[in-house]
Ligand binder design. Structure first.
Ligand SMILES: [Zn+2]
Length: 269
């Protein structure tokens, strides 16, 4: 079945992963800008990273018939130094006109610190000025609920339409509030942390299938670029029909991402 993995860090994956994802039915991915596993020593490191996201990865993905889109930002983990973060933010407008850039992300909070919040607010403003979608990272190590609330408050205070924001890495204790406030919710499937395929299906069974998607967030750490189709298997094992699988991994991503006039799906069957 054709599906979209709307959050995966392909800069960290091999070309062989693209092949396996294409074989499993992946037709499009979106890749948010994130922490590379180490702090970059200068804004120039981000300049090259943005080139990779807007030029190199789309070509690599196209070899396997996968459409590649991306999001740009300074990630919250490297946003603790506002002066450094602002240097990186200055680079972003130059890349926003590249054809595969959907919006600003994954912005958010890491330690829920004051400096992170300042830079978050400035990046929300950047998205607003350029009328772009927003993809939000929520903290794993510190208080996720508190960080999620702080981020949603910042977005609402800035006058952002919650229907144009996806809050990612939701879990059982954050999903209801995210959906209740009108935002989209993403569940990140990890083999041994964040949300497992089983927990994701539990959440769909409890909270419904509107404004929610699943993604692998495959990166340089322990992660699985095929976790989305593995979650589809779990849905079918529990007796859910194909309609639900398509709703979560095709219709919902299309509805959210399609708000950008840049996003379109290659022909698929
Ligand atoms: Zn990510």
């Amino acid at each position: 079945m054709a599906y979209i993995d709307p959050h995966i860090h392909m800069v960290s994956r091999t070309t062989d992963d693209y092949r396996r994802m294409a074989q499993a039915g992946c037709v499009a991915i979106t890749e948010p800008a994130f922490w590379a596993g180490f702090d970059r020593s200068s804004p120039a490191g981000f300049y090259d990273y943005f080139r990779q996201l807007t030029d190199v990865e789309p070509k690599r993905a196209a070899q396997y018939g996968i459409a590649h889109y991306c999001w740009l930002c300074i990630n919250p983990k490297e946003a603790e130094d506002p002066a450094f973060a602002r240097e990186v933010m200055k680079l972003i407008p130059e890349f926003l006109d590249k054809p595969n850039v959907l919006g600003i992300g994954e912005i958010g909070l890491n330690k829920n610190s004051r400096n992170e919040l300042i830079i978050l607010e400035e990046q929300i403003e950047l998205a607003k000025q350029h009328e772009r979608l927003i993809l939000v990272h929520t903290p794993h190590l510190e208080d996720k609920l508190k960080g999620t609330r702080m981020t949603m408050d910042a977005l609402i205070n800035a006058g952002i339409d919650p229907g144009r924001v996806l809050i990612d890495h939701v879990e059982e204790h954050t999903v209801a509030e995210v959906l209740d406030r009108g935002f989209w919710a993403g569940m990140t499937l990890y083999p041994d942390s964040k949300c497992t395929p089983q927990r994701a299906v539990d959440i769909i069974e409890c909270y419904g299938n509107e404004r929610i998607w699943i993604n692998s967030a495959g990166d340089w750490g322990p992660s699985d670029p095929l976790s989305v189709p593995k979650c589809h298997v779990e849905m079918r094992r529990r007796g859910h029909n194909q309609k639900l699988v398509e709703k979560i991994s095709l219709e919902n991503p299309l509805a959210f991402l399609g708000q950008s006039d840049r996003f379109f799906l290659p022909e698929h069957s």
